[in-house]
Design a protein around this ligand. Structure first.
Ligand code: SAH
Length: 356
């Protein structure tokens, strides 16, 4: 059975790209150019009802309200870290809970969005996959996360400058909603978030990497690599049994050749499993002189998982080995470590509390 989004309510207006909005307007007997006006109301003025769209006719506003919904995401709770990171738990219209995070950087404010309710990829270190997959989000539910974060930042006179699709879920399993979402937030009549300021991360759904090479434009691609050889990767990430490392690397080479864009490899350091000097050597061998960047992620503690942290000095040693081979590498700065900021943790806590 194909994965479905929630269809029990009118579609969210935020799901429509500007082109889709134009098509709808024409089919409703109105003018295509009004799509720009509607985008301006939704994403620049950020109104919360169709009635407020005062340069549209009353008839059009009623038609919009009959066809679409635009209610905001309902906040269940949020946690704020001392470093300014805010993690929200939102409730969707059918009762499911999702997470969104605002992170503060010296270069701007970055929002981490969720693309699915849960996840079925089954990575052995990850909290998001613990309860399996419930459903895909539709594009508007992903857009709403950015819009809600922007509303929160409005109070501080700040804007969302960057978006990372690194929340709960595997974005490439929800590909069409992802593409519509990217189009909406990138639209220069709307939130106008530059494609080069957006990063999509995948666990390695190989065919979709080929598709993203065609359709991803200037949006950055990150790959959750986590292992330098296929045996170890299969142990950590069962997805590697379906899409083995060699095929993944082939797809990455294709992406780089096709787009001329640098890939980001995420490499979580899981104590004793994949964080030894020989793993660094093997990783350097694997990626060679690819146009890429390696982001080392110190493991986020997940109570249900027994992974342990790599000592600080060993993380630096791992980094140095890669650097000596000429590889561009950074260690992910930890944010919100005093709150449940690792993917899926707040949602998992909430599920436990509500189940009892
Ligand atoms: N499903 C997508 C998007 C998630 S991005 C993907 O797999 O790429 C979030 C990143 O954090 C991924 O690289 C993921 O593998 C990593 N991650 C998940 N759980 C983690 C943990 N406990 N410690 C460190 N990194 C983790």
């Amino acid at each position: 059975m194909p994965l479905t989004t929630f269809t029990g309510a009118k579609p969210l207006i935020y799901s429509l790209t500007q082109d889709e909005m134009k098509e709808w307007l024409v089919s409703a007997g109105d003018k295509a150019f009004r799509a720009q006006q509607i985008f301006d109301w939704l994403y620049v003025k950020r109104v919360s009802s169709f009635e407020e769209m005062s340069n549209l006719s009353k008839e059009l506003r009623e038609k919009l309200a009959d066809t679409f919904r635009m209610e905001p995401l309902k906040e269940i709770t949020h946690q704020e870290s001392q470093d300014g990171t805010i993690k929200f738990l939102f409730q969707l219209v059918d009762g499911h809970a999702i997470e969104t995070v605002i992170m503060r950087h010296n270069y701007g404010n970055s929002i981490c969005v969720t693309t699915q309710v849960g996840c079925r990829i089954g990575c052995t270190f990850c909290a998001s996959t613990l309860g399996g997959l419930k459903r895909n989000l539709d594009a508007g539910e992903i857009v709403s996360q950015v819009l809600t974060a922007q509303r929160r930042l409005d109070a501080e006179g700040e804007r969302v400058s960057h978006v990372v699709v690194m929340g709960i879920g595997e974005p490439f399993e929800n590909f069409e909603s992802l593409m519509a979402f990217l189009s909406v937030i990138n639209d220069n009549r709307g939130l106008n978030i530059g494609a080069r300021h957006i990063t999509v991360s995948t666990s390695g759904i190989v065919p979709k990497i080929y598709e993203f090479a065609e359709r991803g434009g200037q949006v950055n691609l990150a790959i959750s690599l986590h292992a330098p050889n296929t045996e170890l990767r299969s142990q950590l990430m069962p997805i590697n049994r379906g899409f083995p490392l060699a095929k993944l690397m082939e797809a990455c080479h294709h992406y780089i050749n096709k787009t001329g864009r640098r890939i980001s490899f995420e490499y979580g350091l899981f104590g004793g499993k994949n964080d030894q000097p020989e793993h660094a050597e093997e990783l350097a061998e694997l990626i060679g002189d690819m146009l890429c960047h390696v982001n080392l992620i110190p493991v986020n503690y997940v109570p249900e998982r027994d992974y342990v942290r790599t000592p600080r000095n060993e993380i630096f040693q791992f980094k140095r080995i890669l650097e000596e081979k000429g590889i561009n590498v950074t260690i992910r700065r930890e944010q919100g470590s005093d709150i449940a900021a690792a993917c899926g943790q707040l949602r998992a806590q909430h599920a436990k509390e509500t189940v009892g």
